[in-house]
Design a protein around this ligand. Structure first.
Ligand code: SF4
Length: 450
């Protein structure tokens, strides 16, 4: 049962020293109760209290970490039903299925697509994260050979190892070395043997029941056996069945703290249809409704890319705008005669503007002013992109040492501040740039200093 802020407060030292980053113990207790702070951030609580509060304030959906080093997938850790209540913590992982029974060409093709289908957007690399390797005939050496090939060909893939035979799964996990794959899966028939394997190799274990209720029963049994890191497959293979199970699990864990289902899920759109387009549509529905891992039959750019963007949208923190650092960004190798543009630090604005400038092939300096992630007009309206602030930034940025001229291009939407800015920057000529970033290349090619 989760503790309230007041209950947590009673266990704190009540020094109100602020060393935890908030001014009072009460404020800190409230943050811990809301899952926004870790009890360990207070240096004065005893280990006993840390353990007591830590367990009680753990997220209702357990955080499960797969992989190793820089190549990790973190699942779960979720604390809310709807993104606008707080945020979703860890994005759904995308996996492609490879089976030991597949032809060599098919296997290689899937691995090549895993490596190739990567997209740069707003400074992030969007890509699939995992490869699910399935042993279809209980052949240990064939399975281990496939794992070794995958580790060599796709070194940044986090693995799911799938086999009905505990011995094969154990051999596969050992072949992964330090890398911690997800073992799939414990069923009502083999749960005890699979639990032994998961304990021996110290890997998270997936659980699959015939229904959600039976999955919860196996999960409870495995927790009693001492396993902590589980991932749940409710066994449903219809869109409606999986959709309902996802919602019931999330509600039961968040609203009622029902521990047997308080784990991330794994879903198999690849087993729900033969049609690749239908598979991606099913995946998009489950992505919106809490899937922890989605396993695809293959990866194709035309269906993967929209899903990656959907994931980016859902798992971007709605309370924290994406920003780039305030700085001078040189584009296309500018020199002392190159134009100087200024815009805000909302990352979408930065990447659109810098992309257009780069595409123009005109060397230029792009000044990025910190507007706390607000876009140009919003920042101006909020007083964060006003003439005095822009002038102060231009003066301290160091751009005056980089260019001989004194012409500054401001976004077309800010034409009205030209006069104010000229007063604040008397040595500079203010030029009004285009309103749309797409018109920048033509503007820059014709640009002359004032
Ligand atoms: S560091 Fe500990 S004692 Fe100090 S204010 Fe925070 S919770 Fe209270």
């Amino acid at each position: 049962m989760a503790l309230t802020g007041i209950q947590i407060m009673k266990m704190l030292p009540k020094k109100n020293c602020g060393e935890c980053g908030v001014p009072t113990c009460l404020a800190f207790a409230m943050k811990v109760a809301a899952g926004q702070a870790d009890i360990a951030e207070c240096p004065y609580v005893s280990d006993e209290v840390k353990q007591k509060i830590g367990e009680a304030s753990a997220p209702p959906i357990r955080t499960v970490i797969l992989g190793s080093g820089d190549n990790q997938v973190i699942l779960g850790g979720e604390t809310c039903l709807y993104r606008h209540e707080k945020r979703f913590e860890h994005p759904t992982a995308f996996a492609v299925l490879i089976d030991t029974s597949m032809q060599e060409d098919d296997i290689q093709g899937r691995m090549d697509r895993f490596n190739k289908l990567r997209y740069e957007r707003v400074g992030l690399t969007l890509r699939a994260d995992m490869i699910a390797l399935r042993d279809s005939d209980g052949d240990e050496s064939k399975f281990v050979a496939l794992i070794e090939k995958t580790r060599e060909t796709c070194p940044d893939a986090v693995l799911v190892l799938m086999s009905a035979t505990p011995k094969v799964l154990a051999a596969g996990a050992k072949a992964c070395g330090e890398h911690k794959p997800l073992l799939y899966c414990a069923t009502s028939d083999n749960a005890d043997q699979m639990a032994e394997v998961a304990k021996e190799v110290e890997c998270p274990l997936a659980v699959k029941g015939a229904t959600l209720g039976k999955t919860a029963d196996i999960s409870a049994r495995l927790q009693e056996a001492g396993l902590k890191d589980l991932v749940l497959d409710t066994g449903a293979r219809t869109v409606r069945g999986v959709f309902e199970d996802q919602i019931v699990m999330r509600r039961a864990s968040i609203k009622h703290k029902h521990r047997p289902v308080g784990f991330p899920s794994i879903c198999f759109p690849c087993e729900m249809t033969q049609d690749p387009l239908a598979e991606s549509i099913i995946a998009s529905v489950l992505l919106a409704k809490y899937a922890g891992i989605l396993v695809f039959s293959d990866l194709q750019g035309d269906t993967l890319f929209p899903l990656l963007l959907e994931r980016l949208n859902i798992y971007t923190d709605p309370q924290r705008p994406m920003v780039v650092q305030e700085d001078i960004y040189p584009i296309n190798g500018p020199d002392e005669n190159s134009p100087v543009l200024i815009t805000c630090n909302f990352s979408l604005t930065y990447f659109i503007v810098s992309g257009e400038v780069e595409g123009s092939k005109v060397p230029a300096w792009l000044l990025i002013k910190d507007t706390e992630g607000l876009s140009v007009l919003t920042a101006w309206a909020a007083g964060k992109f006003s003439a005095d602030l822009i002038a102060s930034f231009v003066k301290k940025s160091g751009i005056e040492e980089k260019v001989k001229h004194r012409s500054l291009i401001i976004p077309g939407y800010l034409a009205s501040i030209k006069g104010e800015l000229e007063e604040e920057l008397p040595d500079w000529n203010i030029q009004i740039g285009p309103r749309e970033a797409s018109h920048l290349p033509a503007y820059l090619r014709d640009w002359q200093p004032a």
